[in-house]
Design a protein around this ligand. Structure first.
Ligand SMILES: Cc1cc2nc3c(=O)[nH]c(=O)nc-3n(C[C@H](O)[C@H](O)[C@H](O)COP(=O)(O)OP(=O)(O)OC[C@H]3O[C@@H](n4cnc5c(N)ncnc54)[C@H](O)[C@@H]3O)c2cc1C
Length: 435
């Protein structure tokens, strides 16, 4: 007989790993996290040479709310005897490989993690959650859903998937033995940029490399101080209090705060193209921002894209041998939660409605929680899919789980007054006058 868990985590990416690391500091809890893969591996399909973290290494699994935890990035550096070398290297951005190794190091050491355990189905028997894996089941009082996002494949691309195209999440495995001379990379985010840089680093003879994006230009991540205020607990709290429609509109306006290209990657691409253009008989390079793909057809070995040019309004055509879809990721309620789907309250975007402590609003007992990680873009804001606040979010969830403030998660005093309640100045809410 196995005992009932206080919390069962589904999926072990960075977000549930952070929760597991934070819960490790609380005695007497019985928790397990389950991952379908054999070991922790952070986005291996995009682990191309030279890729960099877009976030400070201090925004690790634990530090923001638990700086003395043994599971910090600095603890990892010390354990590997490279604290001084790391400092001397003076990275502007930490190599993603280094951060992935840190995450894997923690994952190898926490005793609450179970790999090779795909959760097939989750039900609720009126009192407890039931998790089915293969022929086994486990029961749990609470759940933490950390299954990540799924690749976004545009409908027009389904036809060629596999043979003539692939999603960026497979890039590291597919770019090496790609056939064909003419390659089109579709997508103007960080993944598209990293793939472009990789293709330009050692182009094949006679290659034609085209980069196209729906965005009006190849645009940088907005990493400026006031924009970074969106990635603070204080902002997230204020954002969560907004009406649902206002939140959705706000998120749409903040795209480049979370989903732009690192300036260093943009510079590296530009400089590399300069070298190839002026100092070698390099490949033919096409840079096509402001293009929206309308249609894709395949004629034998050739793929043809029909695009609308958002700059001059024209319709254009491009032929390629291979397409790389750097078209991002989307939220999806995982298949294993199908038996609970009817009980979950959804918002207009099809996301599970989340309370401020990241628990789903659902038709079930108030003392049974389904915490959702990486699903709150429209409830908690654009920080949700990023590493930035994971340590704080895990601490908020941990407090909700144990029913007391084990971690201090109170936001620091705020710099920006997002609402009239934010005090300190002569600003006051004048509810009666609100337009
Ligand atoms: C290439 C790339 C680079 C990124 N770089 C940064 C960055 O520099 N800074 C930043 O802030 N953010 C970055 N992000 C965004 C974000 O931090 C990552 O996507 C992060 O991995 C999200 O963590 P997660 O735990 O939600 O999901 P994931 O990392 O996707 O992990 C989910 C896990 O759940 C498992 N799983 C799914 N279903 C089941 C099931 N039924 N049973 C068991 N296991 C299951 C999966 O196998 C997977 O291991 C990046 C994203 C990508 C794609």
């Amino acid at each position: 007989m196995t005992t009932t868990l206080d919390l069962a985590g589904i999926g072990i990416g960075p977000f549930n790993l952070s929760l597991a690391a934070q819960l490790d500091s609380i005695d007497g809890l019985h928790v397990r996290f389950f991952e379908r893969n054999a070991r922790f591996d952070w986005h291996p399909g995009m682990m191309l040479p030279g890729v960099e973290l877009q976030t400070s290494f201090l925004k690790d699994l634990v530090t923001a709310t638990n700086p003395t935890s043994p599971w910090s990035f600095i603890a990892y550096l010390v354990a590997h005897r490279r604290f001084y070398e790391f400092l001397n290297a003076d990275f502007e951005a930490v190599p993603r490989q280094e951060f992935a190794r840190y995450l894997a190091w923690v994952a190898e050491r926490l005793s609450t993690l179970r790999f090779n355990c795909a959760v097939r189905e989750v039900g609720f028997n009126g009192e407890l959650f039931t998790l089915a894996f293969g022929h086994e089941t486990r029961t749990a009082r609470n759940l933490s859903i950390g299954v990540g996002l799924v690749p976004q494949i545009p409908d027009w691309a389904r036809l060629i998937l596999g043979s003539k195209g692939f999603h960026s999440s497979e890039a590291a495995h597919r770019l090496g033995d790609m056939e064909g001379r003419r390659i089109a990379v579709i997508g103007g985010g960080q993944s598209g940029a990293e793939i472009m840089l990789h293709l330009l680093s050692a182009p094949r003879a006679g290659a034609e490399i085209t980069w196209l994006s729906r965005r009006p230009n190849f645009q940088p991540l907005d990493d400026s101080p006031f924009v970074n205020e969106f990635f603070t607990p204080h902002y997230v709290e204020r954002f969560h209090r907004l009406a649902e429609q206002r939140r959705a509109a706000t998120v749409m306006r903040q795209k480049l705060a979370g989903d732009g290209i690192s300036l260093s990657t943009l510079r590296a691409i530009y400089r590399r193209i300069y070298e190839l253009k002026h100092f070698s008989a390099g490949p033919e390079i096409g840079l096509l921002p402001h293009r929206e793909v309308l249609e894709l057809t395949q004629d034998r070995d050739e793929v043809r894209l029909v695009m609308r040019n958002g700059f001059d309004g024209g319709i254009e055509m491009l032929s390629a041998d291979m397409i790389v879809l750097a078209t991002g990721y989307r939220y999806e309620i995982p298949e294993c939660l199908a038996p609970l789907r009817e009980k979950l309250a959804l918002d207009d975007n099809g996301h599970v409605r989340l309370a401020s402590d990241f628990s789903a609003k659902w038709d079930g007992p108030a003392n049974r929680h389904i915490f959702v990680l990486n699903g709150g873009r429209f409830s908690h804001g654009i920080a949700e899919p990023q590493l930035s606040l994971m340590a704080w979010r895990s601490a908020v969830i941990a407090n909700a789980l144990v029913g007391r403030p084990h971690f201090d998660t109170e936001p620091a005093s705020q710099l920006v007054q997002w609402t009239g309640d934010d005090g300190r100045s002569r600003l006051r809410n004048a509810a009666g006058l609100r337009a």
